[in-house]
Design a protein around this ligand. Structure first.
Ligand code: ACM
Ligand code: ZN
Length: 561
């Protein structure tokens, strides 16, 4: 574990106070240093002397009886009790002093310098004390404590003879970015609700706090909308897989009821994860159009699409009935999802149909628009007004900048440098997800089953990413909210999701969480080795390419998993 001394300079006075307090116990021998491997790397870690060992009758103190701080206590209780077989109890009283054989999770509203998600951990031979101004910080303290213990902590059954201990140390930690996201496409492949719970736990383990949930696309509409039942009765099911023959009348698909969505949001909230729904428009909408053909220009789509690739059928921008539909859908979405943002897609909207549609052309004339790009801008701006009316902010892929955009929308940069630069110059907030660093649907190594057009995104490439992309001027940096790693799932059904995102998510989390500045890839790999062991014990099926080919060219061709 690298000790990040340079980080001190950027810390505030309160944090500096901490530093002074612990400056007597800084230095660790290399042997001790190798004991602890945390990903993402904390801001500051200093070793003390001695160790804390868990004994029978461990008490975990936490005030909260729900929310992320309680999740933190419950997580540690469950893991320690299961792996060791010891009795571990959660207590909701707050002791006034250090208690032997205890973990204390303490809310301290006094230390602003740690922000909404920062925390400190102090391990001595008597026990562990974590402090944080907000409950989220205590959850992240617990996620870190989890990684301080040996990998066997993650065992789902008792490990005979397991003794859990941690070297004495102090950690001070807080994230670099407030938007640390992962996008999961549940349209191309439907993912079970139970799987989403598991996926969210993996995100929380890496301190990811935004779940961008891609719920609608050409190949399936996955969200129950009460006013439009055909969206899920019909639009959630497709005949055959990716053009494969439609056999035995069996359709492929599934959807989330509004009750399911509420369960996912509640589960995510306990893990300090915001859930941002994506309802795609005006392109990538053919599942909606197949359900309600009047939404398109010429009602030419009556089946949910079974092939991948970009579809030309698009929502008609000339019909008022389309805006009425979106108004009603977004009203339900806004009521269901508590987050301040709704993602409206906006990417890859081919304009062929708009060029031929008399209604779309009439709209261009009436509104004095220059062309179909400005028609897209007209569409997007109307949608933003609908969302604003419901108290929501709009986010969309970088094409929402096409033809002009209000400065209040958030732009998710994925592919178009000019839109990204335009958005930044326009004062829009941005989330960065450039394909060549952040797309986890791209394979981690050259392998035999990837589509030819896909680039390879090795682990080292992900690790080299900085959300403050080259060319962003220092005075524009505040506009970059953070980054997001999308997983499009045309080639990644549920059982392949872990393989696609790991271990790259470990690198991505460090990019988003850990301090700015030159990163040490070798040090990361060293910590990743310990992480692999943990994932093994958890039974998570990560991509073993990097582990098995360390030091070899990352372009080696590997067989498909
Ligand atoms: C995208 O990858 N089409 C945003
Ligand atoms: Zn039209």
């Amino acid at each position: 574990m690298t000790i990040f001394r340079t980080a001190r300079q950027s810390l505030t006075a309160t944090l500096a106070g901490w530093m002074l307090l612990f400056s007597g116990q800084i230095f660790a021998s290399p042997g001790e240093v190798s004991n602890v491997h945390v990903v993402p790397a904390p801001l500051l870690l200093e070793y003390g002397s001695g160790r804390f060992g868990v004994e029978q009758g461990l008490n975990i103190f936490v005030k909260d009886k729900s929310g992320p701080a309680f999740t933190a206590a419950e997580l540690l209780r469950e893991k320690i009790a299961t792996s060791t077989g010891l009795d571990v109890e959660i207590k909701h009283s707050i002791p006034s002093k250090a208690i032997p054989n205890s973990i204390q999770l303490l809310a301290t509203d006094t230390d602003d310098s740690l922000g909404d998600e920062g925390y400190t951990i102090n391990v001595t031979s008597r026990g562990i004390i974590a402090r944080a101004p907000k409950a989220a910080g205590l959850l992240y303290a617990a996620e870190t404590i989890r990684q301080l213990f040996p990998a066997e902590l993650e065992s789902k059954a008792q490990v005979p003879g397991l003794k859990l201990s941690i070297p004495a140390l102090t950690i001070i930690d807080k994230p670099r970015f407030k938007w640390r996201g992962c996008m999961l496409d549940c349209s191309r492949h439907f993912m079970e609700k139970e799987f989403i719970f598991h996926y969210l736990q993996v995100l929380a383990y890496y301190k990811i706090n935004v779940f961008h949930w891609h719920l609608t696309d050409d190949q399936g509409w996955r969200l129950e909308i009460r006013k439009y039942p055909r969206l899920t009765e019909f639009g959630a099911w497709r005949k055959g897989e990716n053009g494969a023959p439609f056999e035995d009348g069996k359709t492929y698909g599934g959807f989330y009821t509004q009750e399911d969505v509420r369960d996912v949001i509640a589960f995510a909230r306990k893990l300090n994860i915001r859930v941002i729904p994506e309802i795609e428009m005006p392109g990538h909408s053919s599942a909606a159009i197949a359900s309600y053909p009047y939404l398109s220009c010429n009602e030419d789509m009556t089946e949910v699409r079974t092939e991948w690739g970009i579809e030309k059928t698009i929502l008609c921008a000339g019909k008022e009935s389309v805006f009425e539909f979106e108004e009603n859908v977004l009203a339900e979405v806004a009521e269901l999802f508590p987050d301040e943002y709704v993602h409206i897609g906006g990417d890859e909207a081919l304009k062929d149909k708009w060029k031929q549609c008399p209604r779309c052309q009439a709209r261009i004339k009436e509104e004095g628009l220059k062309d179909e790009q400005e028609l897209q801008s007209y569409f997007v701006k109307r949608i933003e007004k609908i969302l604003n009316k419901h108290g929501k902010k709009m986010i969309g892929w970088d094409e929402i900048y096409q033809g002009g955009l209000s400065s209040t929308a958030v732009v998710q940069y994925w592919n178009h440098d000019d839109y990204f630069r335009g958005a930044i110059a326009n004062g829009n907030h941005v989330v960065t997800s450039p394909t060549k660093f952040a797309y986890f649907d791209y394979p981690e190594s050259e392998n035999t089953d990837k589509p030819k057009w896909m680039r390879v995104t090795p682990l080292s490439k992900v690790y080299s990413f900085d959300p403050i992309i080259e060319g962003v001027e220092p005075w524009q940096e505040h506009l970059v909210l953070g980054g997001e790693a999308p997983l499009w799932t045309e080639h990644a059904p549920q059982e392949r999701v872990e393989f696609q995102i790991l271990p790259r998510l470990a690198a991505f989390s460090e990019v988003l969480w850990s301090r700015r500045g030159p990163k040490d890839y070798e040090d990361f790999l060293n910590r990743l080795d310990a992480n692999y062991l943990r994932l093994d014990v958890m039974g998570i099926k990560y991509n073993p390419f990097e582990k098995e080919n360390r030091g070899k060219p990352e372009t080696a061709v590997t067989p498909a998993p």
